[in-house]
Design a protein around this ligand. Sequence first.
Ligand code: NDP
Length: 314
Amino acid sequence: MSESAEQHALPCLILGSGPAGYTAAIYAARAGLTPVMYTGPEPGGQLMITNDVENYPGYPEGIMGPQMMEDFKKQAQRFGTDVRFGMGTSVDLSSRPFKVTIDQAQEVWAETLIITTGASAKWLGLESEQRLNGRGVSACAVCDGFFFKNQDVIIVGGGDTACEEATYLSKLCSSVHMLVRKDSMRASQIMQKRVLDNPKIKVYFNTETLEVLGDDTVTGARLKNSATGEEFTIEATGFFVAIGHRPNTDIFKGQLDMDENGYLKTIPGATSTKIPGVFAAGDVQDSVYRQAVTAAGTGCMAALEAERFLAAQE
Ligand code: NDP
């Protein structure tokens, strides 16, 4: 171990601070594993950019996403979780204790590692999209739709998320222009039908975004029909991107098994990965359910498995 490393290997290191991470921390702390959590670059995870959470059991009136994550954090700290700001930038899982480098500077060693690094929204990659992010550009209709009440908005994507969010926006906004890059949608039939039958949603197939327009805030988008080559503009004050999510697993490449989209593979019915002592919970290993409550459930599983793993080593 180098000088900057923790003196002793930590019994339990958690990377990521969404519902999966905090639930793992609560269970691990109560089991006496004195967990250390590094929050990652987006402390609290995706719920920090969510308004009302109405489907998490126990909150009959709903709760704001950031408040919920604050509560998760307090509960984890109450039992002794050491929550630190920082991000795992590389890992060496070839032997135990595992070595994790934080912010490319500090080495931390751990007997068990619980990965809860989550997933992040994908972006189109346009300069204008980045410049106007938070000024009309958003990757979360449920979080930000409210700000576009009775206004015209654009949404990009043709999957279930885009359909779900377009439908959601149609209840708030005057009109929703939905841009699909191919001549068909990837979404399930029922979701497509809901969109196509909705008089407030206009679907544009074969449509590519060239630029999000606006100086300080979004005023529209410059688009191209890829079938005809025709360029055109739509006026709108909101520009929503719903083209999928990307799991935050780059640092585990070559060390842990992943599916074709980069989600970590765990043993069915468990959170263990192919490396004994390394567990994965939450959206980083779940491309299907992606809910706070399912993430919390798998976070609990990971902590219980880590505890049993350590007990078996003694
Ligand atoms: P998907 O990967 O299913 O769909 C992404 C969509 O975005 C596709 O239409 C894709 O187009 C389009 N896209 C990707 N990149 C670009 C780009 N650069 N420019 C323009 N368009 C782009 O992601 P989702 O988030 O929609 O869904 C993820 C998973 O979650 C799916 O399994 C889905 O079924 C599930 N889900 C289920 C829901 C439900 O059942 N209620 C709700 C939400 C999600 P193309 O098809 O051309 O590649």
